[in-house]
Design a binder for this molecule. Structure first.
Ligand code: URC
Length: 307
């Protein structure tokens, strides 16, 4: 039976790179997990085993570490752009590069009161604690002409202890859910947003600032929305980002509804006045949607689990 080779890509996945910049006693840290996927003229390696067009995955790994040294890591997006441009422009056989990056944030450990009283700095220059918040994400794709930059985050866990209701929904014979007029709303935000920077001819956004502001808008919209459903909160978060960040045309969310159920304390002779909850880990409602700038076309895949 004749067969044909379909979509294929290769590269080194999950290159963990930590880059320290030493500015005297004050050090700066960037901590990334970088995955490379290259494609192009790769028919022969699959058909005959000729490696003539194959840049070894080992080389792609070395390039990550060499670029961290040579160019530094200004932002995940900028680092990915350097890598993608390099692979596509330096090897004729490579036509497309996709770089996926996870970034783990660190913050400085505050100095003890004793240390700062005795003349030391308020914060240590070289001691960090990993931030317990979200993981930052970036995916950079380049085909030699056009760029697609998708930034995002995952596991940004947030909770509103009031200002959330859920009622007025469809009811059938299987519905047992009680209407809620004051419930906990909690989710682990997973979001991806697409930048409208697609060409080297456009001015390059400030990726660090763009990320920080976008995260702030997401948090502020979550906190400030009086929610009648998680769907409504999602749309408010998305439109806040699109309205406030001109460099972003599309944002997609995957929001688990982390249910908090009031515990029945009556058998224990106690009253539960919206105070004690069971935090269920599963099953969870899963609310997913894209918010687009009017006129923009959707480019972020529907399923974020692998992005
Ligand atoms: O915000 C919510 N949206 C729903 O669609 C839903 N469904 C449900 O059982 N609880 C909730 N909460």
């Amino acid at each position: 039976m004749p067969t044909i080779l379909g979509q294929n890509q290769y590269g080194k996945a999950e290159n963990r790179v930590v880059r320290i910049v030493r500015d005297g006693g004050t050090h700066h840290i960037k901590d990334l997990n970088v995955s490379i996927a290259l494609s192009g003229d790769m028919g022969e390696v699959h058909h005959s085993g000729s490696n003539a067009n194959v840049l070894p995955t080992d080389t792609t790994k070395n390039t990550v570490y060499a670029f961290a040294k040579e160019f530094g890591i200004e932002s995940a997006e900028q680092f990915g752009i350097h890598l993608a441009r390099h692979f596509v422009t330096s090897q004729e056989a490579i036509h497309r590069a996709r770089i996926r990056i996870e970034e783990y944030a660190w913050e400085r450990i505050p100095a003890s009161r004793k240390a700062s009283r005795s003349g030391g700095a308020e914060k240590a220059g070289h001691s960090f604690v990993r931030k317990g918040q979200e993981t930052r994400l970036a995916q950079i794709t380049y085909d030699g002409n056009d760029w697609q930059i998708i930034s995002g985050l995952t596991d940004l866990t947030v909770l509103n202890s009031t200002n959330s209701e859920f009622w007025g929904y469809l009811k059938d014979k299987y519905t047992t859910l009680e209407e809620a007029y004051d419930r906990i709303l909690a989710t682990d935000v997973s979001a991806r947003w697409r930048h409208n920077w697609t060409s080297d001819a456009q001015p390059v956004p400030n990726w660090e600032k763009s990320y920080a502001r976008t995260k702030r808008h997401l948090l502020e919209a979550f906190a400030e929305t009086y929610s009648l459903s998680l769907q409504q909160t999602l749309y408010q978060m998305g439109s806040r980002v699109i309205d406030s960040r001109s460099e972003i045309d599309e944002i997609r969310f995957s929001l688990p509804n982390n249910h908090h159920f009031l515990v029945d304390l009556e058998p224990l002779g106690l009253k539960n006045d919206n105070e004690v909850y069971f935090a269920a880990d599963r099953p969870y409602g899963l609310i997913e949607a894209t918010v687009l700038r009017d006129g923009a076309e959707a480019g972020i895949p529907v399923d974020l689990t692998n992005l």
